[in-house]
Write a protein that binds this ligand. Sequence first.
Ligand code: GDP
Length: 304
Amino acid sequence: QTLDKGLEKSKSSFFSKLTKAVAGKSKVDDEVLDNLEEILVSSDVGVNTTLKIIERIEKRVAEDKYLGTDELNLILREEIAGLLSETNQENTTEFKVPKTGEPYVIMVVGVNGVGKTTTIGKLAAQYKKAGYNVVLGAADTFRAAAIDQLQIWADRVGVPIVKQQMGSDPASVAFDTLESAVKQNADIVIIDTAGRLHNKINLMNELSKVKRVMQKVVADAPHDVMLVLDGSTGQNAFEQAKQFTAATEVTSLAVTKLDGTAKGGVVIGISDQFQIPVRYIGVGEGIDDLQVFNKIEFVDSFFK
Ligand code: GDP
């Protein structure tokens, strides 16, 4: 229900545009396809993924000779679900990580303002609720505000946080956090990192140092490198995905602010273009407004 509410704008926008585009037409023809292309692009699916979808539908039009517009919804839905399935194999709504006897380390990256701190706070709350012991690490040390905000979330959720002074070495904070987590027998560590895309080499160096140093404590850390993207920023989100994936190996995505946007298509485009699963979506500012991404629910709400 939250997802439906959260994605209200995206779905009404996408779905109503689609309905308008086929109104009074019985057959999928070039004009319908042109309109569909425009709708997908304006919903922030991204040019590459849009062309991929259009090509697949063209192929089906060619195979079927006659494709009615009443079938278009169904086919489009299948194609989008198919694209999402290539990267999002899991289909769960549960907050769950493997229990291995050592902490499961989630390293969180993303630029300032996308909702990184909020997402970390919400994640900590959900995992705590699911019975995990969570520890936070404030390794985004460039801004005092980033550390303070994370502290506020730690207090709110009631989980321990490891931090140092502003300006300290992010790798050192990450190291301390993992040591402390191991001592406390924590199940999950969430490390906040680099909020700046100042330059690619610095970002790469910083992130790889954080990783290297964490591995001194937990050999296979980080288990997940999660990039947080603001789902309402369209092309900026694509650009950030490009830069972060060039700087480090990103293994999952959290897409925020899908409640306030008509552009939920960014989820489809980014997971397809970068072949990275979307693990979480943010659908509001509240502590419970984070969901494990479920592709079936997502596609359903997109087409309702
Ligand atoms: P950071 O600079 O990336 O750490 O960003 P913050 O976590 O401080 O979030 C920036 C703003 O976005 C705050 O006002 C958050 O409440 C808001 N925000 C974060 N996630 C969501 C979301 O899913 N939906 C909405 N509507 N707002 C969000």
